[in-house]
Design a protein. Structure first.
Length: 81
């Protein structure tokens, strides 16, 4: 009985080491790809946000220049001595 558990332990350790190295190999392959996709997505999001801010700034500038407050009629007073 003692030998069966020893072989079971060795088998388990072998599978753990095998899984560890396969995982490391997969990470080396897929991590750069996933990181590049994340960076591209973030860059696209930032560009969209920047263009929206630029558009809103242009619209507010156009709105501010086109809207002049009409307070009333201008009257020029002369001082009487």
């Amino acid at each position: 009985m003692e030998m069966a558990s020893f072989w079971g332990l060795l088998k388990t350790l072998f599978y753990l080491v095998l899984f560890y190295y396969l995982f490391k190999f997969a990470v080396k392959i897929f991590a750069p790809i996933l990181l590049q996709k994340a960076v591209n997505k973030m860059q696209e999001k930032m560009q969209n946000q920047y263009s929206q801010q630029q558009n809103s700034a242009q619209q507010s500038n156009q709105k501010a220049t086109s809207e002049k407050k009409i307070v009333g009629e201008y009257i020029d007073y002369e001082e009487i001595k």
